[in-house]
Design a protein around this ligand. Sequence first.
Ligand code: FAD
Length: 310
Amino acid sequence: PFEVLVVGGGPAGSSAAIYAARKGISTGIVAERFGGQVADTMGIENLISVPYTEGPKLVAAMEQHVKDYDVDIMNLQRAEKLIPAASKGGLHEVRLANGASLKSRTLVLSTGARWRQLGVPGEEEYRNKGVAYCPHCDGPLFKGKRVAVIGGGNSGVEAAIDLAGIVGHVTLLEFASELKADDVLQKKLRSLKNVEILTSAQTTEVVGENGKVSGLNYKDRDSGEEHHVTLEGVFVQIGLIPNTDWLKGDIELSQHGEIIVDARGETSTPGVFAAGDATTVPYKQIVISMGDGSKAALSAFDFLIRNSAD
Ligand code: FAD
């Protein structure tokens, strides 16, 4: 069995594996796809001390860093079921889709999350070519330009407020007849001069020209009329879905499906830790996930030295 088994090979999992291995304890990492969301990212400009890198380059560097240590890397393997240890300090079991079963004294769960997509024509085609999901990451790329934010919940309205300070103009589109964000955010949004709010607006297509976003089409759900908005960027803010379905019933999750962790990264189950986008940690970013992964691994190490019963 492993002493630390990391499930998930994104920034959080890579960091956890490196920190665990550096303690000289047996460490494994199982990942459906090593690199996680970073593998789908183009430019990255907010990884501190690295002014610019690109997703695939960062994934290769993370993988090489993990390989510098004695870590058992099991890539292209999906975890399907967690069976927590029967008693504190006992062995947890992780069952994989291929039928194999891994045992470990501690776990670091870092299976990440994925952005909910609109599912309209043009969204996939223009992803990273004007269609974006992360205002903290891609907002500055649209400095002075016109963008849309789709989604009128807290994350959409926060994104619109954030972007309004960077871009030229923001159009916020909400499918329902009113915004769902907290009143204080709505009030702030309405006070901004370069923001237009459209409710009962169903985005029907992202339109592009010369390989880049040039606008979007939406249907006014009250009148049934189709409209076009000319713009350079579309931020989709209709939810971030944690990859935690496989944990339901075995680990405590928030109402949004995030793994509930304390300040040390420990979950509801002793010896099971979690890190990164899959958890309740606020703000989902690469640097945050990396810090979180190292914290979870250090907590796992601390758990091991306190619970070495046999
Ligand atoms: P992830 O990166 O999601 O990794 C999860 C890992 O778990 C993957 O290896 C996955 O295959 C694996 N996994 C999932 N389910 C299972 C399972 N059942 N069994 C085994 N393995 C599993 N952040 C920034 O800081 N700067 C940026 O510029 C930036 N740009 C972004 C652009 C895009 C398009 C996207 C989608 C995200 C961007 N982000 C950016 C956010 C950043 O990528 C995430 O915050 C970060 O990757 C989260 O790391 P993580 O390790 O928690 O999860």
